[in-house]
Design a binder for this molecule. Sequence first.
Ligand code: FES
Ligand code: FES
Length: 177
Amino acid sequence: MISFQLNGEDVSVDIPADTPLLWVIRDYFKLKGSKFGCGKGLCGACSMHLDGDSVRTCIHPVSAVSGKSVKTIEGLGSADNLHPLQQAWIDNNAPQCGYCQSGQLMSASALLAKNLSPSEEEIDNAMKGHICRCGTYPRIKKAITETAKALNSTASRPVGYYLPTENNVQEDKGESP
Ligand code: FES
Ligand code: FES
């Protein structure tokens, strides 16, 4: 039995330890937002957060997440409560076919959770290896840049958004709209 947190809830699965996490999330938990692309860790379509870091789950055995926290695109935001990046994706018409976009959003959100003022190079590094056959790269980069700027302004920061500090992250207790 392998136990971990999935989108904030404690879960357990009785499944072969070498099963890739992506299979477990899609086929066992029926969360289909994360996609299978290459199966070799090369395209980023399957990316999720593991203890806050963006990882390629097609090459990550489920045994490696025991006792850890996994977040999928389904846990990033909801239709009623979009993550700021999801709103920026909409505002910038970032997706085209959409296949790569959940993975792109997971890496972008992992970046901004740790660094709210990323340089162009830091954005490129965080997003490198995410393949988009539709070529949406410029719109994705613009959405990330705009979101970082907006979140640096208290006035446009959502309630409870976690601001990076030098050592870790800290909940924003400031005023929100
Ligand atoms: S499907 Fe996992 S990196 Fe391509
Ligand atoms: S939006 Fe089509 S592959 Fe990226």
